[in-house]
Write a protein that binds this ligand. Sequence first.
Ligand SMILES: Cc1ncc(COP(=O)(O)O)c(C=O)c1O
Length: 372
Amino acid sequence: MKPFLPFTRPSIDAESIAAVGEVLRSGQLASGPKVQAFEGALAEYLGGNRQVRVMTSATAGLEMALEVAGIGPDDEVIVPAMSFAASANVVARLRAKPVFVDIDLDTRNINLDRVPAAITAKTRAIMPVHFAGLPVDMDALYGLAADHGLRVVEDAAHAIGSRVADRPIGSFGDLVVFSFHPNKNMTSIEGGAISTGDALAAELFEQYRFHGIKRNAAGEVDVMFPGAKSNLTDIAAQVGIDQLRRLDGFNLRRRELAGRYFEEFEGYSGVVMPARGDAGHSWHMFQVLIDFQARGMTRPAFQKIMADRGIGIGVHYPSIPSLKYYRDLGYRDEDTPVAARVGRETVTLPLFPAMQDEDVTRVCRELRDVLK
Ligand SMILES: Cc1ncc(COP(=O)(O)O)c(C=O)c1O
């Protein structure tokens, strides 16, 4: 039997492993020169006119971005109903209220047409997700934010390397947060980054990620507020530096593989395909919808059969209002029906840069056979 094909796998090369060995031998393991170099490389990748600060995760980054944007108790933040739970959890952790807006079935991004109806006197920010690496309509998004005086915290966890008319996500915009979790298009093992055009915000992020510490003019430590402990290590930063160097190549390969999926599924009606996007789509994930209910099959059963045939199938994600914490708060999945449907029917097919074209053919062949 062919080796098991997971739905994703990071590509770490020998050069990167050797570089990590050098960092380990250097004695400088926590945040030091590699963190600075990683931030510099990210800022350069994003065009050179942004401040970038890294931290231990996108979750930590989103939370500090919201705090720096002034979000607190009783404020409302607009969040798509289809995303990873972290997108709403960070709002809830600040005792603010996530207000879920439904998504578009084709793009699986927040349906911006539905945002105005969700805005109240308490709305302070909108937090779109560039779902699976497909950018939201940035003109419409920032137009809405300007019209209603809202801050924008872009949850760009899926979108490092995504572009809008050749401008990288994070090279413009308010507060843009990336994830470098190992499933993402590039990794620093765990890790995240915030891109902002605001130097003062960047200074605050440095304090938020490390105990609220600021050094005074004499170089003495002072604590400005009870900050978090979410500074990245130099080891993680070294992995990130090597991955960033390879990112555009990774994303090119992801786009080719996504193109193969479209070819293989041409004319097949058993799945609902994702939007194709354009060359700016970084294809963090390739997801199709399957009407399991109509087929009298459960999704876990489908995953099990595919796993038995050597193919890993992911689920990203159940809709956020369907999760216990949010159900218990009174949110109803039915209020955002497209996200609810996607949450029930979505499956993530294998897609990562080291995959071969034949792997895509094999996934599609097995999937069609299982659904026959
Ligand atoms: C849309 C979205 N936002 C935020 C996160 C959190 O990222 P991290 O694991 O880096 O905290 C994820 C992680 O999968 C995500 O998919």
